[in-house]
Design a protein around this ligand. Structure first.
Ligand code: GLA
Length: 742
């Protein structure tokens, strides 16, 4: 059993080959945190790690004992208000207004496997032997509430999944005002904090700063995980690089409001937390009710950031993503949005599909505008039935025509939204989220449906099922194009209004779950004005997500590079779009647009009919190239090599599971002249294997061992090393490494 409990020391040791996590039941019966990091051996006790100094200006818990202060102790799931003045992991307000709690250890269970979280996305196992779970039960006898701290350690991943639930067994009603998923008190503060922040069109850029005394945090209060912040944070040692050193990451498996926070106290202890954002949150814990937090994943590496990311990638692709499409090659798609916007006819769509088929593309996706009165953005959302004026044979007819061409057929929905100009709104004006007697703000003329209400989710489910039953749909792009404002639900009383943001997410998850259960073979791609809800929660339902509305290859370098820290490349929707680019007008060669998009769920988003014959030939080649190497591009082990946040040259690579093949993406943003002799060290290969290296245009670069490529490096110097002007701005290429028989 990789979780042991020592009755003498009252310590739990969660371990696998790579990591250890130590918990102790403290003298006051609460749980203390002793250690998280690289695997350590068993030992009779770790009492030497429990701080017991009497410090000035401190407080103490026991009457005759001056040395026990929660403020000086590292804890598992701390409360505020006795002797710990730091930010707590939870807050429960009681009927008398008090927020003081005292949860004491009652019992624990250790079992093989992992239980599902009802109504919430979470990692899972397929065989009980893959993981072991510890559930510790604590109880506060004054308020009659149980707390269950849950930890699952995976056998093959350097990761622990954590969540917490509360059960009210008394008669009084309590109010949860905070309930985070993970708290980790670390013994020092010598860490850099890496966050992935941005805005629409420039999501998940890497930002790094050293921890400092006090609080540093990121959050979202928008009703979605957001473009601006991402529920994923890394703490790394200052010396840690991509290839070496210690780092740990926390990821919240959730798509709504969140908080990730580090608080460095006066003794340089770092309290790291992630969970539901307590800001504007509250939850009535009624008698006999249970509240379950989302799950958080904690991962560790002592071998650098690439290794840490790969742990998240492996865990997420194999044990968070689910179902039919989990590890299947993703179809190469053409999406009509940037080709036509709302201005399409069936003829136009079929023409795009026909050219797509000729080029080897596999999936045609009809984006916004096929339903209700949706010919522009002010109408139609909420009316999920086909507009027969635009598509005379309906979705069924169009899907059939597309299928007859030998293509798969995909469709766009924005299930959570409604326009006021829609039949749904006219019939159910109370279905939107708005505050009584207050102005209701719109975004793109659309309003958010109140998914905290089951009847609203049911309505949309039934409408969608009708279309999906008829149309033989292979793929759904599930969009969500605005955030929640004036949050209020007509269906809940005053004291439950703090629940709506979370209940909304539960409604979204419920709709996803019901659709997936009924249509298990549909491939879902999540989207929120690009990457506004790109998180581990969504991955549980939709194995791919539209990474950003910004399809410019140069911008995508930063977006995909930043995203790769926490998420696998198979999740990243990446399309070749037109040049000049729609979002920023930049003109880039078709080549680099393909070379960047290959490292993801690949597709096209442009009017194929406007391509020149030369471009058509190039697209055909790209599609064929992607098909040849798709498995490695999408599921290979991903390495970041050169950062777009640090220089003009950017590079990343993927290596096949057996290490017999690898593909290196190499990008030079601006051209240079008479430059240095460049080498790029390639990790991840087998040292003794011999690799043949070539470029995708056929240029042969010779044979090298994995050891040479890792230590000497691959020579990447191009024509710009001399006076030759063969290279241009926005230059990209792919190096192909294939194992040769020695
Ligand atoms: C959002 C999406 C786009 C497209 C449009 C359609 O902006 O991110 O890809 O689907 O909506 O309205």
């Amino acid at each position: 059993m990789p979780i042991t409990y020592n009755e003498q020391s009252r310590e739990f040791h969660l371990y696998n080959d790579q990591i250890s996590y130590l918990i102790k039941i403290l003298a006051n019966e609460q749980l203390g945190q002793l250690y998280f990091g690289k695997r350590i051996p068993e030992r009779a006790d770790h009492d030497y790690l429990v701080e017991n100094k009497y410090r000035p200006v401190t407080s103490y818990v026991f009457d005759d004992e001056y040395s026990f202060s929660l403020g000086n102790l590292k804890q598992e799931y701390p409360s505020y208000g006795t002797t710990d003045p730091r930010h707590p992991a939870f807050t429960i307000q009681q009927p008398n207004g008090s927020k003081i709690t005292d949860f004491k250890y009652v019992s624990h269970t250790i079992y093989a496997g992992k239980k599902a979280l009802v109504g919430l996305p979470a990692t899972y196992v397929e065989d009980k032997a893959e993981a072991t779970t510890l559930e510790v039960t604590l109880y506060d006898e004054v308020i009659e509430v149980y707390m269950y701290l849950k930890y699952t350690i995976f056998e093959k991943h350097a990761a622990i999944a954590r969540s917490v639930s509360f059960k009210n067994v008394g008669q009084a009603e309590h109010k949860l005002q905070a309930a985070l998923s993970l708290n980790l008190d670390l013994p020092d503060d010598d860490y850099e904090w890496l966050q992935f922040s941005g805005a629409w069109g420039r999501e998940r850029h890497l930002h790094k700063s050293h921890l400092r005394p006090g609080i540093q945090a990121i959050d979202s209060a928008r009703g979605a995980s957001s473009h601006m912040q991402n529920p994923f944070v890394i703490l790394k040692r200052p010396y840690t690089t991509e290839e070496m050193g210690e780092a740990l990451g926390i990821s919240l498996v959730y798509s709504g409001n969140f908080l990730a926070r580090a608080e460095v106290d006066e003794y340089a202890v770092t309290r790291l937390q992630i969970g539901l954002n307590p800001f504007q949150f509250s939850w009535c814990l009624k008698p006999n009710e249970i509240f379950q937090t989302p799950e958080a994943i904690l991962a560790y590496s002592d071998a650098g950031l690439n290794d840490l990311s790969q742990t998240f990638h492996r865990l997420f692709t194999t044990r968070l993503a689910r179902g039919y499409w989990r590890e299947r090659k993703r179809p190469i798609l053409i999406n009509n949005w940037e080709a036509t916007y709302f201005d399409f006819t069936e003829e136009k769509l079929l023409a795009i599909a026909k050219s797509a088929k000729k080029l080897g593309i596999e999936l045609f996706v009809l984006d916004d505008g096929w339903f209700g009165k949706r010919t522009k953005e002010n109408a139609g959302l909420g009316d999920w039935y086909v507009n027969h004026e635009r598509l005379k044979d309906g979705i069924t007819g169009l899907a059939k025509k597309i299928h007859d061409m030998g293509l798969m057929f995909g469709l766009w929905f924005e299930p959570e939204m409604v326009n006021k100009d829609s039949d749904l709104y006219r019939k159910h004006p109370d279905y939107i989220i708005e505050t009584p007697r207050r102005h209701a703000s719109h975004g793109r003329k659309q309003y958010v449906l109140d998914f905290s209400r089951k009847e609203v989710v049911d309505n949309i489910y039934e409408q969608m099922v009708k279309i999906l039953d008829e149309g033989e749909i292979d793929y759904i792009k599930w969009d969500m194009n605005r955030n929640i404002t004036e949050c209020y639900s007509n269906a809940y009383p005053a004291d439950q209004q703090g629940e709506i943001m979370h209940r909304y997410m539960l409604g979204v998850y419920d709709l996803y779950e019901r659709l997936l259960t009924r249509f298990p073979k549909i491939l879902f791609e999540s989207c929120a004005s690009g990457g506004g809800r790109f998180d581990a929660g969504m991955l549980y339902y939709a194995p791919q997500a539209w990474t950003s509305d910004d399809t410019d290859a140069i911008e995508r370098l930063k977006i995909q590079y930043g995203t790769s820290f926490g998420y696998p490349q198979s999740m990243m929707g990446a399309h070749v779009s037109a040049s000049p680019n729609e979002q920023l007008g930049r003109i880039t060669p078709l080549k680099i647009r393909g070379d960047v998009a290959f490292f993801g769920a690949f597709g096209y988003e442009l009017d194929l009919a406007t391509l020149s014959p030369a471009e058509m030939t190039e697209v055909k080649k790209q599609v064929a190239f992607m098909k040849k190497y798709r498995e490695i591009f999408q599921y290979g082990t991903f390495y970041r090599l050169k950062s777009p946040f640090e220089g003009n040259i950017v590079s990343w690579m993927v290596v096949s599971q057996d290490k017999n093949q690898a593909l290196v993406g190499y990008y030079k943003i601006l051209n240079d002249v008479n430059c240095e002799f460049r080498r790029l060290r390639l990790p991840g290969l087998a040292a003794t294997k011999n690799y043949h290296v070539s470029e995708e245009n056929g240029t042969d670069l010779g044979d090298f061992t994995g050891s040479e490529l890792a230590n000497i490096g691959l020579v990447t110097t191009d024509a710009s090393a001399g006076e030759n002007r063969e290279t241009t701005d926005f230059y990209g290429k792919i190096f192909i490494l294939e194992k040769r028989d020695n």
